[in-house]
Design a binder for this molecule. Structure first.
Ligand code: AMP
Length: 539
């Protein structure tokens, strides 16, 4: 017997309709490249989005065509998030921190038919423009310059389109709505294609109280770029829920962000740990400069949030970090570290231990971890590679010619993350499989060491990686950046670590550096450090 419910398609146009009907007076705020602030209402956003959908159709964009964006976080990018899929196109966000070579490869691989470019990013586009072949290039005029020859002006295009001609593409929830390439540190970037259905379900679970807990009354500022896994789904979730949305534009330094949190009374924000480490330093230096009393939580993911950072925000500034884990392939929300009532009863130190874990799977996501001998027990000690499945987890890559073993025969996605899962279901990342340090047959967790070193009061950032060793095969080495004006020594750091680690786990070498190289999305780029120190001789 079949259920007798409507076969209502879960599509992005339905989220747009809801936003326009229920929240016309809510605001979308953008800090522009010149630092002035642009504000408009959801009503204006919805009408402009419909105009964009109509304009794209008039330019010949057909359902399934890829429309790329090379943009910072701002209101026109939000219009693209909704306007492109709402007319059947596929929103393809380009990571503006990638090399021109990678961008050229990605645009050609995705066969992007149209590219929307921020005028302030035109110099970057120029570097690969002659090697890509979109039918149209549309410039968002945010640079105060004339529009380059051959390109269309986004604002003129919208002004010339009639929003009443909008025809929502909402009859196939499984149609592609968006795509994003992995930031791939090994091999070529790979395309992940999200469907309308996966985005709608993901948005609902992100908003969920035990997810990110996003409500209509919230003011949400995604620091995470809109080119990094759809800004973790926040633009879709927030529009669905009707929150006030604040986009920071290109100014992402700690002082600019803190000022914006304060001015706009932000309640929820999200980004990678390197952003928050900078913010914590700025707050420590001047704790009373900003009023952050409305900030309910800061969602931190993309790399492990160090325990000391979570504690520092909580204890010194009364600010709450919500740790989450995900990947481009998982839309991204996979796990989130909300505390179940069982964990909430523990003492403060134990609770902090939990909050530094990556958390429990979100609703509809299932996880398990596989070691050498098969699926490992959930005992919080055994380590294995995390596998996940769920309605917003990729089932394959887009037109992938390279052999890959990322999907198991029984339909799970192999994440490449080495984890433990405890009896209460909390997952903790110990390493990326390629970053694992294997010393004399024993695994040493670079993530745990980094987190502990970053707990030292003089340390701003620390990355731990493997260096070759004749005797042990690999040994851990740490590169450490000190906070401004602070000093310490390698011996002091080692002493600081001793109570928490077995002797063999302590780094053999600790180098003080000015900066840790970062990937295009702000994670530590350990491959560079491994290469730099590959001939390092341990004393
Ligand atoms: P990306 O696809 O660029 O978002 O990268 C996904 C990878 O980032 C994951 O496979 C993890 O290795 C890492 N990652 C994401 N969130 C976390 C987290 N909370 N803690 C540790 N690593 C994380």
């Amino acid at each position: 017997m079949q259920g007798l419910m409507m076969d209502f398609q879960l599509t992005i146009p339905s989220l747009l309709r809801r936003a326009e009907q229920l929240f016309p007076n809510k605001s979308i705020v953008t800090r522009l490249p010149d630092k002035s602030v642009h504000r408009h209402s959801y009503k204006e956003f919805a009408v402009r989005t419909r105009r964009l959908a109509v304009a794209l159709k008039q330019l010949g964009v057909r359902p399934g065509d890829r429309v790329a964006t090379l943009c910072w976080n701002h209101y026109q990018h939000l219009e693209a998030y909704f306007g492109i899929p709402s007319m059947g196109g596929v929103l393809h966000t380009l990571n503006l921190r990638l090399s021109p070579d990678d961008l050229e490869y990605i645009v050609n691989h995705a066969d992007d038919q149209v590219i929307l470019v921020d005028q302030v990013l035109w110099p970057l586009f120029e570097k690969f423009r002659s090697k890509v072949h979109p039918r149209h290039v549309i410039v968002i005029p945010n640079g105060g310059q004339p529009i380059p020859a051959g390109a269309l002006n986004y604002e003129e295009l919208l002004a010339g389109a009639d929003p009443s001609q909008y025809e929502p593409y909402d009859h196939d929830e499984n149609a592609a709505a968006a795509m994003c390439y992995t930031s791939g540190t090994t091999g070529r970037p790979k395309g992940v294609v999200y469907s309308h259905r996966s985005i709608v379900l993901h948005s609902m679970v992100c908003a969920f109280v035990d997810g990110m807990g996003i409500r209509e009354a919230d003011v949400v500022l995604p620091v995470v770029p809109m080119f990094h896994v759809n800004a973790w789904g926040l633009p879709f979730t927030c529009t669905m829920v009707g929150t006030t949305q604040v986009f920071p534009g290109p100014h992402l330094d700690a002082a600019s962000l803190l000022q914006l949190f304060d001015n706009e009374k932000v309640t929820i924000t999200a980004g990678v740990p390197t952003i928050w480490l900078g913010i914590l330093n700025a707050l420590d230096a001047d704790p009373h400069k900003y009023n952050l009393s409305r900030l309910r939580h800061m969602v931190v993911g993309g790399s492990a949030a160090p325990r000391a950072m979570i504690a520092g925000f909580e204890q010194r500034h009364n600010l709450h970090v919500l740790h989450a884990w995900g990947m481009t392939e998982t839309s991204p929300l996979g796990t989130i570290c909300t505390l179940t009532s069982e964990v909430a009863q523990l003492d403060e130190e134990q609770k902090l231990d939990y909050r530094a874990k990556q958390g429990i799977p979100s609703v509809l996501v299932e996880m398990r971890a596989r070691g050498d001998e098969g699926i490992i027990p959930n005992d919080g000690v055994s380590m294995g590679e995390l596998e996940v499945r769920g309605p917003w987890i990729a089932s394959s890559y887009y037109h992938n010619d390279e052999p890959d073993n990322k999907f198991t025969d029984d339909g799970w996605f192999r994440t490449g993350d080495i984890v433990t899962i405890d009896a209460l279901g909390y997952m903790e990342i110990r390493d990326r499989s390629k970053d694992v340090i294997k010393s004399g047959g024993e695994w040493i967790s670079s993530v745990l060491l980094e987190g502990a070193i970053m707990g030292h009061p003089a340390v701003a950032e620390a990355a731990v990686f493997a260096i070759p060793s004749e005797k042990w095969m690999e040994r851990p080495m740490a590169c450490v950046v000190l906070k401004q004006g602070q000093t310490t020594t390698a011996d002091e750091i080692r002493k600081f670590l001793e109570p928490k680690f077995a002797k063999f786990q302590l780094p053999d070498a600790i180098e003080f550096v000015n900066e840790i190289p970062k990937t295009s999305v702000g994670k530590f780029k350990k491959s560079v450090l491994r290469e730099r120190y590959k001939d390092y001789k341990v004393a």
